[in-house]
Design a protein around this ligand. Structure first.
Ligand code: NAP
Length: 192
């Protein structure tokens, strides 16, 4: 069994990922979020739900203890959140982190709205974690799975990505984490 925790489990992408993961028998899923009434999933009967704040280091450390994979689907003060996540994972000996960032964080000049996303990525890359950072383009609700990835340093491609595609990629990383170690990937719909 693989222990997986979703930080920010009430988020849009997290909702899709949770819907896929609850159907897998080899995953023990923990949902970490500030307010559990915000969960919108149809079936979370097999999940452990923990109310907490990523900015509270003690709550975060307790939550990540014993986990194999941390999937962070967060918004807000992402630099402070990334620092707490790196610290909590280091102290609890957890190595694998999937962190959702954004397209455009290596653009120059950097848009001010993207600064927290860039800073968070810098914090994570400076750690010794087995991270996968994802930099998706703009989300759509299209009912399709169609995506490609670009590596860090390559020009980012495309302009949109369906939430379902991004969730599918995240699930694949959770299934095969060894294929995505210390990767920082742009994600887009081909030819968009
Ligand atoms: N929309 C786009 O087109 C687009 C494109 C590229 C990248 N992105 C980025 O991709 C990421 C994922 O997107 P999304 O749409 O799934 O995000 P979202 O729906 O805004 O989810 C973010 C989650 O973070 C949680 N959160 C915020 N502060 C927290 C804290 N201190 N402790 C615990 N949880 C906290 C929120 O929980 P609460 O319910 O407690 O508020 C919320 O559920 C976001 O950073 C987003 O900006 C978006």
């Amino acid at each position: 069994m693989k222990n997986v925790i979703v930080l920010g489990a009430s988020g849009n992408i997290a909702k899709h990922v949770i819907d896929i993961l609850v159907k897998k028998d080899d995953i023990n899923l923990t949902l970490f979020l500030r307010n559990k009434s915000r969960l919108r999933n149809y079936d979370i009967s097999k999940c452990r739900v923990v109310e907490g704040n990523v900015l509270d280091l003690k709550q975060l450390k307790d939550a990540v203890a014993g986990q194999d994979i941390i999937y962070a689907n967060l918004a807000g003060d992402l630099e402070a959140m990334a620092k707490n996540i790196v610290k909590a994972m280091g102290e609890k000996g957890v190595k694998k982190l999937i962190f959702i960032s954004s397209i455009g964080i290596y653009d120059s000049p950097l848009k001010s709205v993207l600064k927290p996303y860039r800073k968070a990525a810098d914090v994570i890359e400076a750690s010794d974690l087995e991270y996968t950072i994802l930099r998706p383009t703009w989300f759509t609700n299209a009912d399709e799975v169609d995506y490609e990835t670009t590596r860090k340093g390559e020009p980012e491609k495309g302009s949109v990505i369906s939430q379902k595609s991004l969730a599918t990629l995240i699930t694949k990383i959770i299934e095969f984490p060894e294929n995505y170690i210390r990767e920082n990937l742009g994600v887009n719909k081909p030819n968009s």
